[in-house]
Design a protein around this ligand. Structure first.
Ligand code: PEP
Ligand code: CO
Length: 461
């Protein structure tokens, strides 16, 4: 059984909204598609494809998020910064799911709370960029905007936006979902597999060894339950796993937005949950307009430039009917400023009387370029931001509702620190991300232990 709160209502769009009403609003962060007619042709074709997820599943996620907003569950949203078409393989999907399941079980075990599992997966193909172009070896090239738009290789040909990629993104999302559905319902996610989720290279790390101890305890608890005759429960054998991505390209999102007769609502069937990035959350802009009408749970990135007033206006636009579980506010302030910037926003949202999930993204406010020239983050800053996030919540008497991470199950060297002491000189060894640096599996597990401790403390306080 998924974690759910009581029945929750479904968001209905404002009367002026239509799936294409975003088109009359100013829009930022869009590719320079060479031929607008072709964009319409491809998106019309996508509109004829089956939905990737169904309204019922989206409703179940919303109810689980409503439980997280009330402090009865915790959201774990994690995955790549930018998914690659080439990592849409059984191995690629399995390895991301594996590390998310490991983190989820540590958080559940450590805090005694159900964990709502949402991947940045099955559609996280579009990236906002700080500049539209970049200079590589003296040549100015369009920026890489994610596999749904172009390719990261530093040539003019690879960087040219290609509309056909919208359709490829749909098919890759569909294939990813297919593997995810099989893995989460047929054996791989069975709690009996808790030791199998720990891969060989993680097992050798201190975090992996610590994980083994927890896995032993869980296995022992399962034996105990079986001995007591409690062995038939489905929830130990499969997990509810949801997909999410940044809804950066409204052309694509509109093509997958479908009317649901039974509720009278519009669902964006490209993913269970979508979010608005820190660069596209303008109150009168196209992204906010589009998301204000769909009934999916909506994530909203809340960065250092967000004011209490601006945030109140945005949540009023996105959730006028105070629907529990509709909004996930994803704080990404940076380790140094979170305890200063977050409390006024927590107070502002509380004063609206809404039940929202506050999640901590400790990644995007802590990125810097290292001496060796790599875009990186340190586990130390990431952990400090999470600690600050919990402190702010404690101070304001608000539930810390979730964690939002960029991670991979692979043994990469993209973020600094951790028990294995990844240094600047190691970054070049396995720096594989197409966009932002991700925590590797052992760094993620190390962080999950810390967060589980903070959650347990918070619940006890
Ligand atoms: C992201 O989540 O990958 C991202 C770009 O975040 P933000 O919009 O918070 O910068
Ligand atoms: Co990112």
């Amino acid at each position: 059984m998924p974690v759910t709160s009581a029945e929750t209502p479904t968001h209905l769009p404002p009367s002026t909204w239509h799936p294409d009403s975003w088109r009359s609003r100013p829009i930022t962060q869009q590719p320079d598609w060479p031929d607008p007619v072709q964009v319409e042709r491809v998106t019309e074709e996508i509109a004829l494809q089956p939905p990737l997820v169904l309204p019922d599943e989206i409703g179940t996620l919303q109810r689980s998020l409503a439980a997280a907003a009330e402090g009865n569950a915790f959201l774990l949203q994690a995955g790549d910064c930018a998914e690659r078409f080439s990592s849409c393989t059984e191995h690629g999907v399995r390895s991301k799911l594996r590390v998310i399941l490991q983190l989820a079980i540590l958080l559940t075990y450590g805090s005694g709370m159900p964990v709502v599992k949402v991947g940045r997966i099955g559609g996280q193909f579009a990236k906002p960029r700080s500049k539209p172009t970049e200079v590589i070896d003296g040549i100015e090239l369009p920026a890489y905007r994610g596999d749904i738009v172009n390719s990261p290789e530093p040539t003019a040909e690879a960087r040219r936006p290609d509309v056909e990629r919208l359709m490829r993104a749909y098919h890759h999302s569909s294939a990813t979902l297919n593997v995810l559905r099989a893995l989460t319902t047929k054996g791989f996610a069975d709690l009996e597999q808790v030791h199998e989720w720990n891969t060989e290279f993680v097992r050798r790390s201190p975090a992996g060894q610590h994980y083994e101890q927890v896995a032993d305890n869980i296995t022992w608890a399962l034996r105990f339950m079986q001995a007591c005759g409690m062995n038939g429960t489905q929830s130990l054998r499969q997990v509810h796993f949801y997909t999410s991505h940044e809804a950066l390209l409204p052309h694509y999102e509109q093509a997958l937005t479908r009317y649901d007769k039974s509720t009278g609502a519009w669902f964006d069937t490209s993913a269970h949950m979508v979010w608005i990035g820190d660069r596209t959350r303008q109150l009168d802009g196209a992204h906010v307009e589009f998301l204000s009408g769909i009934a999916n749970p909506i994530g909203l990135k809340v960065g250092p430039t967000t004011t209490a007033c601006g945030l109140r206006d945005l949540i009023e636009r996105l959730d006028p009917n105070h629907i529990p579980g509709r909004l996930v506010l994803i704080s990404r302030m940076g380790a140094d400023r979170v305890t200063e910037l977050l409390p006024p926003l927590l107070r502002a949202v509380r004063s609206t009387g809404r039940s929202v999930v506050w999640a901590c993204d400790p990644m995007h406010g802590n990125t810097f370029v290292s001496k060796s020239g790599y875009k990186t983050r340190s586990l130390c800053d990431i952990t400090r931001e999470v600690v600050g996030f919990f402190e702010a919540h404690k101070q304001e008497g608000v539930h810390p509702g979730g964690l939002h991470l960029e991670l991979t199950g692979d043994n990469v060297t993209e973020c600094l620190g951790g028990a294995e002491e990844i240094l600047d000189t190691h970054l070049c060894t396995r720096y594989e991300t197409a966009c932002d640096p991700r925590l590797n599996a052992s760094q993620s597990i190390e962080l999950a232990f810390r967060v589980a401790g903070l959650l347990r403390e918070h619940r006890g306080s």
